[in-house]
Each structure stands twice: as C-alpha cells, then as structure tokens.
Design a protein around this ligand. Sequence first.
Ligand code: 6PG
Length: 230
Amino acid sequence: MSVAVHTISDADTFAAAAAAHIADVIHKAIGGRDSCILGLSGGSTPRDAYTLLGRRTEIDWSKVTVFLIDERLVSSSDARSNAKLVHETLLASANIPASQIVFPDTSLSADTCTEEYDAKLRQLLGASGPDVLVVGMGEDGHIASLFPPVSAEATGKQFALHTTTDHFEVHDRITATFSALSETKEAVFLLKGDSKKQTWEAMLVSDEGIERWPAKFLLERANVSVIAQW
Ligand code: 6PG
C-alpha cells in the first residue's frame, strides 16, 4: 500500500487542506460503491478540519455512515467527548441521517458500553470494513485509544475494547480494535507540530511492530495519506 505525505507549512491553512483531502477521499469512496463508511478520531487536531469538511457540498452526506474510532468514557455533553466534538463540527453542517451515526453509548457502564459498541461495529464493519479513517497520533505513537504497548486483545475477535491511559486526557476509553479496522481502504493521518513529526519519523525507522506502533497496522494494509503541518 502507499503512503503520501502532504506537508502544509502554514498552520492557518492546515484545516482547509485536511478538509479538502478528506472530502476527496470520501467522494471517491462514494463514487466507487455509492456509500462511504467514515471512521473519525477525536482529540484537538481535527476540530477545525471537521467543521470545514461538514460544509463541503460536493459530498452526498446521505450516503455516508460515520462512526467513532474511539471515545472517552465521559458524558456526551462533556467537553472532552469525541461525540460532542463531531456533533459540534462535522454534524453541524453535514446532513447525515441519525441512523447512520454510530457512536458508543457512554451513559452505560464501561463493560456494557464496550459490549454494545462491539456489536455495533461488528454489524457496521464486519462485511467490508471502513472506507475512510481519519486518524491522529499521540506523541507516544498511539492511534485511536490503542496505547502502546497495545494488548493482544486488539487483534482478537472483538471489534471494541475498553482501554485505559494514565498519560492522556480521560483515563477510560472505548476503542475500535485492529480487527475492526483490518479492512480499511483509506487512512488519513492528521499530524500537526514538530513533536508529531519526530514521533512519525521514529516509527518509520523503528523495527518494532504494531504493539509499539499501532499506526503500522494501517500502514501495512491501507492506502495511507498524511496531512502534516510541520
Ligand atoms: C482521542 C483521539 C486520539 C488522538 C490523539 C492525538 O480521542 O484523543 O482519538 O487518538 O487522535 O491522541 O490527539 P491530538 O490531535 O489532540 O494531538
């Protein structure tokens, strides 16, 4: 598979460039199979890009199904919620039918939320996998809420896992597993800042595998593009 890095020097144009690229990939997916299963990450980097993406009129949003690649185990009204992020940005403009918005129910206990989301992701992704993923990366190399060293459960039969972190915002997370993402067609990484560049480059020269560098799971099987502002 290919990796195309698009370097954006100006922080002010990063969101617009990211939105345009993601829109292009979504548009091509719809052109290919008349629908697009879109997986979104949370965090701070994608916020403005999601807002601009939702305003792209060339996309027939009625043909898009959106899911969260991971979520923090907080209320959907909490400022740190990825569901809240997506509702405030992409879904503020993109008219995606409610039945095509697949988010975990964080009002449930961690175990019940995980079981319920596992079933939702299996139903959504079991047949053909995600068409497009929008992925960030932490400075430790994590993607989604798959924190190194990533547990072997991530390559097991489950499609959703409850994971924890002591190093990033919100300790308890729900995340899609490698198994859920194994048929991903296109992965778009949004990376801003020199620390992300250092992490990305350290990964590329490392001979350690997906336990240490979960992004390698996508590099090994999807068409990967990187929108990099560094
Ligand atoms: C989350 C994300 C996570 C994020 C990275 C980078 O819920 O936080 O899904 O994987 O993409 O931690 O986050 P930033 O964009 O805030 O640096």
